[in-house]
Design a protein. Structure first.
Length: 594
């Protein structure tokens, strides 16, 4: 059993220290800091010896001015060296945490979409902020005390053995007793800290979700419900905090008790040895001063190991996140020629292995420069097909090809650079209209290019009506703009990217008729000369598409032009009549419902 516990301890310590090592802290700064710590300790070791001589002589007359100057210089040197040592170790600590956060942030940006399907955003944010904050506290606030404490204890014990080895052995009895107390409490603190960090992440996730959807909360009168959900998280955090406080309440008093007993024993035993002449009064005073230099670091060790257990618990999830499979944006070759058909061949896909199949043996061809529309009831797999084309996910079987080459053979960066995507939500970032239109573009966009794209997206008029024009703030997720305005910004963004493949995902389904008409005109400008794939309920381009695919429950049950499907596919005819507002009495191919 002991071996198992030891193995588990090593298993939890090694990844933590390996993680710190991988941040590549400055060895020079650590070396200088440790040298200064050694210097500080050496100075502190001289002071009790000087005090011993002072007590034994009982007179100031025997002390020279040079000795006083040397003592004063020792105090100043100790203060300066100690301050520099603490600053350097703090600087190293901050650089370690900055490197850790940089690595974690870089990792989060290259994790696949499937990772975020299974992890709440707030939980991930908590790993980035709260968990790294615990590591920062350990390194910046406790690590310097640990190093200086180790040096102080080693130096003090060496001097104490020189002064009186018998009394020193009495002190050393307290060491195994202290470890016998700290080790089980440390393991308990590790479990508590791990639970506390998980609960903190969960609570952060709740807050992030509720506050980002505050309009939904208010319109649904869900404030009491969300209060209760948040209250549960607060209560759980309180319980973990109380458990943590309980352990700390045991560690502090127990260590104080050991220290007080040790002081009493040393004073009593030392007084007895002074009375027998085996020890001078000055040596006993020096002994007590050295004992203080040992006791103070012991208290700091208690805090350090407690914080170390918390940091190990906090970083477990960070280590898991850093080890998660990521997208490789550079693997493969660049896309040279997009003027080839895209072939979807026998695609099978489920979001989880063994889960419900979303796409079942889907095959079709997208001809270059043509418009392909995908229609069908909700849940039939239309948007999932778009996600596979964007390479957010990999199919369980089957392949998507550009010409004769699998799209996996191309780099993600070059493949996605060829695609312009306009979705139903038309997501915006908090910032200005200009920043949103130019988002993700590596090249500089001139004012003329910007205005031309805005004009083609039919958004120049409403932008110029704002006092700040293109520098108008859109608010979080674009809440200060209407749905039609957000859509047109998304279209202008796609125009600036100049994609060769255009993907429109129900781009006008949530708009009123006036906004829909304007957005349709903007989309018409965007679609010119581009291979276009459309998911839509009401877009006129569905009727006029070169090819329409009808999907049901993950399968393509019909394909052809509007006229062909309208006459041969019963569900498409019903869909066209209801969703596209096409009356059966109308001549085929004329759409008045756009």
């Amino acid at each position: 059993m002991k071996t198992d516990k030891t193995d588990r301890t090593k298993a939890s310590w090694r990844p933590f220290f390996q993680l710190i090592k991988e941040t590549k802290p400055s060895k020079l700064k650590i070396g200088i800091a440790l040298f200064l710590s050694v210097a500080t300790t050496l100075v502190s070791l001289v002071i009790p010896l000087f005090t011993r001589d002072l007590v034994d002589s009982f007179t100031i007359s025997d002390i020279s001015r040079g000795q006083i100057a040397l003592l004063a210089l020792a105090f100043v040197a100790q203060a300066v060296a100690g301050g520099l040592s603490i600053y350097l170790l703090n600087h190293v600590g901050q650089s370690i945490v900055a490197a850790l956060r940089d690595r974690l942030w870089k990792k989060l940006l290259v994790l696949p979409v499937s990772y975020y399907d299974n992890h709440q955003t707030g939980d991930t944010i908590s790993r980035m902020t709260n968990d790294t904050g615990v590591v920062k506290s350990l390194i910046s606030e406790h690590l310097s005390n640990f190093f200086t404490g180790v040096i102080a204890i080693i130096g003090s014990l060496a001097t104490l053995f020189y002064l009186d080895w018998q009394m020193t052995l009495v002190i050393l009895i307290a060491v195994p007793i202290s470890f016998a107390i700290l080790l089980p409490l440390g393991r308990q603190m590790y479990r508590i800290s791990k639970g506390l960090q998980d609960e903190t992440a969960s609570f952060t996730a709740i807050m992030s979700q509720v506050l980002s959807e505050i309009r939904l909360v208010k319109s649904s009168n869900a404030e009491p419900l969300e209060y209760e959900n948040g209250k549960k998280g607060i209560d759980n955090l309180f319980r973990f905090g109380v458990k943590e406080g309980r352990v700390q309440a045991m560690i502090g008093p127990l260590m104080s008790f050991i220290i007080m007993v040790l002081l009493v024993v040393i004073m009593g035993y030392g007084g007895m040895r002074v009375s027998t002449g085996a020890l001078t009064a000055g040596e006993l005073v020096a002994f007590i001063l050295y004992l203080v230099q040992i006791i103070m670091p012991m208290g700091q060790f208690t805090h350090f190991f407690t914080q170390l257990q918390k940091a190990m618990g906090a970083t477990e999830r960070i280590i898991v996140t850093l080890g998660a499979e990521e997208e490789d944006h550079a693997l493969g070759k660049s896309v040279e020629n997009m003027e080839m058909p895209i072939r979807v061949e026998h695609i099978h896909f489920a979001y989880e292995d063994g889960g419900e199949r979303i796409l079942d043996d889907v095959s079709f061809t997208i001809d270059p420069g043509k418009v392909t529309a995908i229609v069908g009831p909700s849940g039939s797999g239309k948007t999932t097909m778009f996600s596979l084309l964007e390479r957010y996910y990999q199919p369980q079987s089957g392949e998507i090809r550009l010409g004769n080459e699998a799209i996996q053979d191309f780099t993600l960066a070059s493949w996605r650079s060829k695609i312009g995507y306009v979705s139903q939500e038309s997501p915006l970032i908090a910032g200005t209209i200009r920043e949103n239109i130019c988002y993700g573009l590596s090249r500089e966009i001139s004012e003329d290019e910007l205005k031309q794209a805005a004009a083609m997206a039919y958004e120049d008029e409403f932008i110029e009506e704002f006092p700040d024009g293109y520098d108008t703030q859109v608010g979080e997720r674009g809440v200060k703009l209407s749905g039609g305005q957000r859509q047109r910004i998304g279209i202008a963004r796609a125009l600036l990217r100049d994609p060769q493949i255009l993907m429109l995902d129900e781009a006008t389904s949530s708009l009123d008729s006036t906004s829909e008409w304007i957005v349709q005109q903007a989309l018409a400008n965007l679609m010119k000369g581009r291979t276009t794939l459309v998911i839509a309920h009401r877009l006129s381009t569905v009727v006029d598409a070169d090819q329409i695919l009808f999907m049901e429950k993950g399968k393509i049950t019909g394909r052809g032009t509007h006229a062909e499907l309208f006459s041969t596919h019963a569900m498409y005819r019903e869909f066209a009549t209801q969703q596209l507002r096409v009356k059966e009495v109308q001549p085929v191919g004329k759409n008045h419902g756009g």
